[in-house]
Design a binder for this molecule. Structure first.
Ligand code: ACO
Length: 325
């Protein structure tokens, strides 16, 4: 069976580091609270004027293409998972297409918040498996600092900016994306969303005055849903594919909160040495966390390693992917 394998990875992280002690100066919080409740020590923030999500996504994509040694003209499809597109339209993928010079590609954005990269990866894999595409760029990129309220201590400590990209190509040796389980549950009752800026509440003086263009979250409710959702869907994909903890080389979890990651690993019976964690350095970069993990761990991954990728996010959306590296 033809599968879609990840044949290259790329990344982009802004240089500026926003540390917990910087946040102590901005809101009523402290380093100890942030580290013990979330596992985060610092996050990267894109400060460059005139640069946003497309810029970071294009940088990550260009690195993935260069590391693979191919020409950008060979790319067939570009999928950008993001909740912070440069514009509502055109899609970020169109801007990336132009910036990397992928002259033969079409592209589109996919909105699934923190699960965006997983949903984009499975969609890209389906395109390869069907034979409709040979080279698909899957990018997770978010400039969360553009929708974070830096007067709200319950959200501003969590998020950072960044981008990761992978190249999907057909494989014939059994490596690649083998299975996925994805879920959506729209009944979130305002516990995780950005109220204004879309067609329901377009930008107005009132929406700005009421700070409705920022991400709002009922952290406690989301935390409970995320802990159960991510652990369940990870256990479910193991069971469906007859995988034991010994079979799995790495868990690649979305990085929202270290306690959610630990709960998922526990449920899977995995030791912490098998879990990719970089939330301490980057915080929650939404669609970018999983490809940033794959980038950071690329030299430790061996051909054929079994990976389980898992995420939970706004929507709600959640899911898992089983793949062989
Ligand atoms: N510093 C100090 N104290 C704080 C801070 C802060 N930054 N933020 C909240 N507190 C206080 C609260 O006011 C509360 O005080 P109270 O008990 O006097 O009312 C206390 O700390 C505990 O607050 P909780 O919200 O219960 O804290 P919790 O342990 O749940 O941690 C957190 C909060 C980190 C936000 C956690 O709930 C979480 O990680 N939630 C899930 C986030 C997530 O997964 N989001 C989904 C992805 S985002 C996306 O899809 C775009």
């Amino acid at each position: 069976r033809k599968l879609a394998g990840i044949t290259s990875v790329g990344h982009y992280l802004p240089e500026y580091r926003l540390t917990n002690s910087d946040l102590e100066e901005m809101v009523d919080t402290n380093d100890e609270w942030i580290r013990t409740r979330t596992g985060i020590s610092e996050r990267r923030i894109l400060k460059d004027e005139g640069k946003a999500t497309a810029f970071m996504g294009a940088k990550a994509a260009a690195e993935a293409i260069e590391r693979r040694g191919i020409d950008a003209d060979e790319i067939d499809v570009i999928i950008v998972a993001t909740v912070t597109p440069d514009y509502l339209f055109p899609a970020t993928a169109c801007l990336v297409q132009e910036q990397i010079g992928a002259n033969n590609a079409y592209g589109f954005d996919l909105s699934a918040a923190c699960s965006g990269f997983l949903f984009a990866l499975s969609n890209g894999a389906n395109m390869i498996e069907s034979g409709r595409a040979e080279k698909v760029l899957v990018i997770g990129a978010d400039k969360m600092s553009s929708i974070v309220d830096y007067t709200d201590r319950s959200t501003c400590i969590l998020f950072g900016d960044g981008a990761g990209a992978v190249l999907l190509e057909p494989t014939e040796d059994g490596t690649g994306i083998i299975d996925y389980i994805h879920h959506t549950e729209g009944d979130t009752n305002g516990t995780l969303y950005q109220p204004a800026g879309g067609s329901l509440n377009p930008a107005s003086h009132d929406t700005v005055a009421e700070r409705l263009h920022y991400a709002k979250q009922d952290g406690r409710t989301v935390f409970k849903k995320a802990t159960v959702g991510m652990a369940d869907v990870s256990a479910e994909i193991m069971e469906k594919n007859d995988l034991t903890a010994e079979d799995i080389a790495w868990l690649v979890p979305h990085q929202a909160n270290l306690r959610i990651i630990d709960a998922t690993a526990n449920r899977m019976g995995l030791d912490s040495e098998k879990v990719m964690v970089n939330i301490d350095k980057y915080g929650n970069t939404t669609a970018a966390t999983i490809p940033l993990c794959l980038y950071d761990w690329k030299d430790k991954l061996n051909h054929g390693d079994n990976l389980v990728l898992a995420a939970f996010g706004g929507g709600y959306t959640w899911g898992s992917i089983y793949m062989k590296w």
